[in-house]
Design a binder for this molecule. Sequence first.
Ligand code: PEP
Ligand code: MG
Length: 891
Amino acid sequence: MDKKFVFMFDQAGSSEKELLGGKGANLAEMTRIGLPVPYGFTISTAACNAYFEAGQVISSQVEMQVIEALQTLEAKTGKRLGDPTNPLLVSVRSGAVHSMPGMMDTVLNLGMNDETVEGMAELTNNSRFAYDSYRRFIQMFSNVVLGLDNYYFERHLEDTREEKGYHSDTELTAEDWKQVIKEFKTIVLTYTKKSFPEDPREQLFLTINAVFDSWNNQRAVLYRRLHHIPGHLGTAVNIQSMVFGNMGEDSGTGVAFTRNPSTGESELYGEYLINAQGEDVVAGIRTPQPIASLEQDMPDVYQQLLETCQLLENHYQDMQDIEFTVESGKLFILQTRTGKRTAQAAIRIAVEMVRENIMDKRHALLRVDPDQLDQLLHHRIDPEHNLTKLAAGLPASPGAATGQVVFDADEAEVLSKDGKKVILVRPETTPEDIHGIVASQATITSRGGMTSHAAVVARGMGKACICGCESLKINLDSKQFNVESTTVKHGDTITIDGTTGEIFLGEIPMIEPELSDEFKLLLSWADEETKMGVRANADNSVDAQKALEFGAVGIGLCRTEHMFMDSSRIPTVQSMILSETMEERKEALDKLLPMQQQDFETIFETMQGHPITIRLLDPPLHEFLPDKEDLLIEVTKLQMKNADASELQEKQNILRKVRLLEESNPMLGLRGCRLAMIHPEIYEMQVKAIFNATANVMKRGIKVKPEIMIPLVSHVNELKEMRQLVNQMAEQAKDETGQEFDYQIGTMIETPRAALTADQIAEKADFFSFGTNDLTQTTFGYSRDDAEGKFLQHYVENNVLPRNPFVSLDQEGVGKLVESGVELGRKANPVLKTGICGEHGGEKESIQFCFDLGMDYVSCSPFRVPSARLAAAQATIRNEQRKAMKVPQYN
Ligand code: PEP
Ligand code: MG
């Protein structure tokens, strides 16, 4: 049997979204449930793909099936395409699997020509309507199919209106339209060197080709890229008999949402125009009426529309966005689809639909996109305000902020203590700038990617951040930056939107974050379903408190180096690193010990018995040291002014040590556990601080069971040695404090070798936490600090990579290592706990992947915890649905 490419709306089996596109499947569905849908048929996405495979040619098989379907449509309507006395007119619309509103093409009133227009005039007894419809068709067809700029037609219309002294198109008479049509045809002949095609079948096939082609127009390609829609899906084409909203005062057309898409309120929301066709509403030439006034204009139609909206919402169990037309008092539904909505509306709709028994809690949880929740947890720019964008970079940490531009972390701290709001602008940030990031409203860097230092730190704090904004030419000497010809000086006010990566000049009004009761209720439903824990990455008690507030069940990553970065501690940290002898280093470490211990005590107290994974020191040591270039300048200045010899010598000495610590590839150098393999006294101090804090807090009656995590292990021998170190320190602490306590020792899996030898490593580990930031860096061989700014964006834009692997876990590559790491680890150690703490731990698709591997928890920054809780619940529900062979339909 021949493959079926064309499906009538009422044909059995014609409800597959993949094959028919969203619009086609819904038209078929609405026809089946008896709604007033103009009859028609759908050419499948498979036909579109076949068209492209054949080099943009419609096969004879598809052509035959279209003609057959057309004959069925003609029989059903009693009209014929091209029949001068009783012509059938059709609309030809695109319809992809995922809704891509306005991205592809549509042609209305197809089938009109010099003969059928007269038939239409006679049939409707309305020649003005017939000629207006004809000119609309010529205009749309010429634009969409023949590629002529709409401008030629609009300019001509404008000239005509002016010449006749009319204010709007509605004033043009049938005779005027006849003249316009003649001139439109001349425009077509002039610019395409061909006459306008009069044969309706030729019109039809040319339009089908054009709609297929529109799958690859620039808008559609860009939209797919932004929404991660695969390019191979293709679009379906829907051919439907026309109904006319422009037949007079008892006709009209409009759009209705079954609930308010902005607030979620349960009310019919939308607008309509009397005596108009769909494009009039979109074009904005006439101002549409709010849907409520349809109740007065056409009470019966309004009632019918209300009932239909209710029916469709109940049927699809979701808020619908519906297009309708009223032709001579009769209502037709042209399209229904899941309505786009704000995060606030999404939550309210989901919760209220459960209360109204339209769906159960599990369905409600699947209806909200975890990514959207971000919008509600950060300040937002007031969308009502007019914006002029200055530049854009990577949207590294969401939220919006306004402040004065500063270029130095110390100054940011000083100004913020004076109550000023500042935005820190740097070429990049290092751990030395952390106090500046803390003090600022937001941070911008011109270099670095989504997992660069500034990005990770800012996300951890829930502060807005834009990274890799390469169009910013920063001049630290003159304290200003340029974006092309615009100069922004130190102290100037700017506003940024970390959710979109955009930077604006001046101050823009903000909207406060909203944490509604419905939002909390939805998350409580999520927790009832979830079979995987959500922890937070938190390094201090403020973040820990936030994590608990947002519902984290523990801390999955406490990066201890962040505790070293307090500006008051940096001198001690520096003297520890610069020590020439063990005694000197021990002295510095002894000073750091009580500070670290106090930090841990505060976090343990805040977390009140919830589990905490503490990662021992990780970054390269030289990151804590003064900048080499700055030192060089200072030494040169001292030399030039013949400064005191001892002062000069001291600076030279520091410079020498900084040079000694410098590495060509610091990300692959003396980091993580390697640091402690060479200088065990550093980890000894940290572990001592953890265990002393544990004993002290336990004595205060609070449960503590620290999980000590060794970073960047590549070989089991590293973990063996570190395990021994931790155990020895535990025994020592128990002896010294007289307090018994439990603890666990685990490791991060951050290198391919660790993942591949996870069985050996698991024998020495109580838990694994996958550090997918480093694992992505080491698997791809991409520097996490440079790749995004230099080439990753290009890769994603040009489909070399489907997604940025630092944002969404590369399941085919890095994911394989994670999978084998979990499997090998569990085989060797069946009670091994597994989790993820890289940035991917807060991203919905990566969370689903981790759930499918059976991980015990994901960990992400506190501000991502709510969306991770929802994503974890969705992963659980989908997994169970899959098991029951009921794959959910995603809209
Ligand atoms: C990681 O590498 O994924 C990780 C969590 O550690 P960090 O980002 O601190 O290197
Ligand atoms: Mg790491």
